[in-house]
Write a protein that binds this ligand. Structure first.
Ligand SMILES: [Zn+2]
Length: 267
């Protein structure tokens, strides 16, 4: 096996904290992608399916991004060309070993029934380093990936290592980058106004995990029989129910959406 393909334990890398990778970049939220890009299909299941909506298909492109050809959302393909060019100039050996493990494919997030995978919009790509017998297992990362993730960050791509359940092969256009593309007109006449951060069903990530933890802390207080909701970083129906219950106790409007007022009451 080549050195760069070797997998190491991500939580044992000295001086590295996966939750603080990505800086201020946030994973793109389903509601943002749906509002700005549209939906790739009319339904999503657990297995990967092709996009079918004609309006969405117009935004899809197949292109040579450098080390391989891939199919994805046009601005994501353009961004990957720039990212790969930079990897090639900074880390040519790693560049020559990069393999695409998948980009555009419509499905739910694995293990979730509420969140659509961002691969559905072709804004996410899974990468591996050629030379390993098998893909790295849970909690493991290939040395080559550890060298190149900051380059993705520089171009507004969020690295999946910071997801509550680390997904180290996964890079996706961040929430900020999707909004930037929309403002530049990449998706036609859409408005990014009103996309303030309101957490709702389908949202996921560290911020949702923080919300769940805050809800558990507040709902537990004074109720000895209170059962905690699972702090898994997925805003599903149980999290919505906890938000509604918290809003009820606070005398807030019970819409099950964690907006500004609910967050203010939580902290
Ligand atoms: Zn992925």
């Amino acid at each position: 096996m080549t050195f760069w393909a070797e997998a190491i334990s991500i939580d044992e890398i000295e001086g590295f904290e996966r939750s603080s990778a990505n800086g201020t970049l946030r994973p793109s939220q389903n509601k943002t992608n749906l509002a700005l890009i549209g939906s790739a299909r009319s339904s999503y299941g657990a297995e990967c399916e092709k996009p079918t909506n004609p309006g969405f298909l117009k935004l899809v492109e197949t292109g040579d991004v450098g080390p391989f050809r891939t199919t994805g959302l046009r601005p994501a393909i353009d961004a990957l060309k720039r990212i790969m060019a930079e990897i090639n100039s900074e880390r040519p050996t790693i560049y020559s070993l990069l393999r695409c493990e998948g980009m555009l494919g419509c499905r739910m997030v694995r293990g979730s029934t509420t969140a659509i995978s961002n691969h559905s919009w072709g804004t996410a790509i899974d990468l591996s380093i050629i030379g390993a017998k098998e893909l790295p297992g849970p909690g493991m990362v290939q040395r080559g990936i550890m060298e190149i993730w900051p380059i993705f960050n520089r171009h507004g791509f969020y690295w999946g290592a910071a997801f509550p359940q680390a997904d180290v092969m996964h890079f996706e256009a961040s929430e900020q980058l999707i909004q930037k593309w929309a403002k530049a007109g990449a998706f036609g006449a859409v408005s990014v106004k009103g996309l303030i951060h309101r957490q709702t069903i389908g949202d996921r990530g560290q911020e949702i995990k923080d919300l769940q933890s805050a809800l558990n802390g507040r709902l537990r207080a004074g109720y000895s029989t209170q059962t905690d909701i699972c702090e898994d970083g997925f805003f599903g129906i149980a999290t919505r129910a906890a938000v509604v219950e918290f809003q009820r106790r606070q005398g807030l409007f019970r819409d099950g959406i964690a907006g500004r007022k609910t967050h203010r009451a939580l902290t």
